[in-house]
Ligand binder design. Structure first.
Ligand code: FUL
Length: 494
């Protein structure tokens, strides 16, 4: 009896393994460098809101001196839930708040300085902007990020490097211990002279150690190892935007400000260039781009800019040139002196979201039939229809060694579209150097879009095309292409 049972289990085991083995080919090996899980989650947020709010809101400045009287900070109708609702309605997944800008005024009652909300008349000195924003976020399910300016024009110890580094770490500890989960910590590189005429030497490694210890899932932006600044403040990524970036001498020396300078001077522009120029193997890291820009001319609220909120056309263009070019958009919406997101900004955000949703709600290629010039191990699990199934976990992949290939979609009938979306499955690395999209119009294939990098997401805009067959060609790739999504859409605009 016992033997028969063992025999039965063994046969079952062999059958299951054989069936599994036959059906499932080997997925492509990850191509280094690959994103960390937190970098993948961050990229999928696509749009993040920035909120510049603080002393400058009340003095009508962009950069305070640090000598402002805390009595000036006094919002009349502060309501963090209003911010969170306006941002969530507009599809944002996170808000990054300026807990302290360069003027050193703290939006939370820090134990390490008097220059904070606790010395202001707001709520009788008992208010805490960071607390109210964090609570409103948690209630609504919005993530929270913190901007803590290393440059501090108020703090006396600034410029006295060890003492200020301790002060800064203490403030980080307060923000990362007392307000729940923090998803992104935002450091810019601004650095001035302290009251002693000396420049502060920031101890980035010590700052990171505090963040990694207290909030190990948090991403560090800018002067940090997880997310890089795109290099401008117009919210626009480059046409060729690699998340695969060379590890520079500056990064090796942990000179993050120097690295930003190198990057802005044109460094790291093109993986392809770097790879081609070098005989020596270059070391690369996953270092994706965040594109920051303000919805108004300034970062802080100024009443005279109420009529200068960017137009829907401008914001759409920014969206296509950031999210649509393998970046994450960090859009600043500065709360006003009441402590509210101004009606003009809230209205524009909604218009933007409605337009994006109206464009991308119907994928005209979804679940259409497709064929490909090559399918990995001839396994239907990696077939071209996997790029059309709307499932981010599945993808079309080719055999190893294949670095150009095409996928053809049969739309079943003449269909009109003016937008295309392509995504690589970035968990396996960013691979593609060049691609094109063609449509069969009448008897002839016509190129409707072409580009270089794809990465997490590439969006193409073109004049309306009416066709029943569309072809995506990967022209050049670092290794076998892995396409998670290929979509076609019709925008509501004519
Ligand atoms: C810069 C700052 O100097 C600006 O005031 C603003 O905060 C911008 C987002 O970062 O470095």
């Amino acid at each position: 009896m016992k033997h028969r049972f063992i025999l039965f289990v063994s046969i079952l085991f062999v059958l299951v393994v054989a069936a599994g083995g036959a059906a499932a080919g080997e997925p492509p090996a990850p191509l280094a460098p690959v994103p960390s899980p937190r970098q993948i989650d961050w990229q999928a947020m696509e749009t993040i809101a920035f909120a510049h709010f603080g002393m400058n809101t009340f003095t009508n400045r962009e950069w305070g001196e640090g000598t402002e009287d805390p009595a000036l900070f006094n919002p009349t109708a502060f309501d963090a839930r209003q911010w969170v609702k306006a941002l969530q309605d507009a599809g944002f997944q996170m808000i990054i708040l300026t807990a302290k800008h360069h003027d050193g005024f703290c939006l939370w009652p820090s134990a390490y300085t008097e220059h904070s909300v606790k010395s202001s008349p707001w709520k009788g000195g008992k208010g805490d902007v960071v607390r109210e924003v964090a609570d409103a976020c948690r209630q609504a399910g919005l993530k929270l990020g913190i901007y803590l300016s290393p440059w501090d024009r108020h703090e006396k110890s600034y410029g006295d490097s060890p003492a200020y580094n301790t002060y800064f770490q203490n403030q980080l500890r307060e923000l990362l211990s007392n307000y729940g989960e923090v998803t992104e910590v935002w450091f810019d590189g601004a650095c001035g002279e302290g009251p002693n005429g000396k420049r502060q030497e920031y101890d980035w490694e010590a700052y990171y150690a505090v963040i990694r210890k207290l909030q190990p899932q948090a991403l560090i932006f800018g002067c940090g190892p997880d997310i890089r600044w795109v290099g401008n403040e117009s919210g626009v990524a480059r046409e060729t935007e690699w998340s695969v970036q060379p590890v520079t001498e500056e990064i090796r020396k942990r000179d993050w400000v120097g690295h930003q300078r190198w990057f802005m001077d044109g460094g790291g522009a093109q993986y392809a260039d770097e790879a081609a120029r070098s005989n020596a193997p270059i070391e690369y890291m996953w270092y994706p781009a965040e594109c920051d820009v303000s919805i108004r001319p300034g970062w802080f609220y100024h009443p005279e800019e109420d009529g200068k909120v960017k137009s829907l056309e401008q914001l759409l263009d920014i969206y296509y040139k950031s999210v649509g070019r393998n970046g994450v958009l960090l859009l600043n919406i500065p709360p006003d002196r009441r402590g509210l997101i101004h009606e003009n900004d809230a209205r524009r955000l909604l218009e933007l979201r409605q337009e994006i949703d109206a464009t991308f709600q119907t994928d005209l290629a979804l679940n259409k039939s497709a064929n490909a010039s090559n399918v990995r191990q001839k396994d239907p699990g990696f077939g071209p229809e996997k790029a059309l199934d709307g499932d981010p976990a599945t993808y079309w992949a080719t055999d190893d060694g294949i670095t150009s290939a095409s996928l053809e979609v049969d739309l079943g009938r003449l269909t009109t579209f003016d937008r295309a979306l392509i995504q690589e499955h970035i968990a396996l690395g960013q691979r593609i150097f060049a691609y094109s999209i063609e449509a069969l119009e009448g008897e002839a294939w016509k190129t409707i879009a072409q580009g270089t990098t794809i990465g997490y997401k590439k969006l193409d805009r073109f004049a309306p095309v009416t066709a029943s067959r569309v072809r995506l060609t990967i022209r050049q790739s670092r290794a076998c292409p892995v396409i998670q999504t290929f979509g076609l859409y019709r925008s509501p605009r004519k």
